[in-house]
Design a protein around this ligand. Sequence first.
Ligand SMILES: [Zn+2]
Length: 341
Amino acid sequence: MKKLLPTATAGSLPKPSWLAEPETLWSPWKLQGEELVEGIQDALRLSLFDQDQAGIDIVSDGEQTRQHFVTTFIEHLSGVDFENRQTVKIRNRYDASVPTVSGAVTREKPVFVEDAKFLRQQTKKPIKWALPGPMTMIDTLYDDHYKSREKLAWEFAGILNQEAKELEAVGIDIIQFDEPAFNVFFDEVNDWGIATLERAIEGLKCETAVHICYGYGIKANIDWKNGLGSEWRQYEEIFPKLQKSAIDMVSLECQHSRVPMDLIELIRGKKVMVGAIDVATSTVETPDEVADVLRKALKFVDADKLCPATNCGMAPLSRETARGKLRALCAGADIVRKELA
Ligand SMILES: [Zn+2]
């Protein structure tokens, strides 16, 4: 992409109140059947409109097409029993009731390909599409079949690769894998996490990204962050290996995070989506606050590789707040773009 500092969102945008309960994470759909299909398409168009109005350069579906960033994908696979639920600790942090892997996991039909095709018809801008990463998928399930986190991750990586290739074929420009689990299970990330991610992107010609954040602004995450000390050095554990991987872009949480910015130096050469919008507060950043984060990041990322973005998804915020944050992101990027010109 030619434009310097192209803006993007890292994840979700709020859904309209007629589609799902507002300001609620992972809220169930309010519509069903054909009405749901049409409702999702309408919400996707509105989300795209908001991104366009704010001036976002790399657009997405605003994740209007999924109820949950991991389980909506898994719901479309066979081998997972959603009736048989078990309580597991997610990312070593909070208990959740999750479905059970009861047999071989397979993808018998495309998951998001029709939605992606629909979005492609609505815009000429570059599109980024998010999928869950293999490690975050296994961490959101109870495995009663493979009995091995690594083995299940490799299975999911193959499935994600099938989906990603079809998304690429309908015109998706960047495929992003959400891997918040990369911030927790460092040994596994280095042993096989990055390898399974590379399996998921095997053979793709479009750009690929991995999003590694500190999670949505829910209490379990905020408590966890508060206990991480004055410097968050989690990225340091995995960046050296990530730098050598085939992934093109890395999406990080930088605004109001205690991540030392110089850690970004460890992935020099990669494109970096710098999170300059805090999604855990409803206070809208000023353009100057956004610009400040971008300037700091520019010491460690070449300008032609920096993509201003949000820290994570904005689904739990009000639509007005999210729109304000999108505008602030674009205005902040504009300030820095002018300084670089
Ligand atoms: Zn995130």
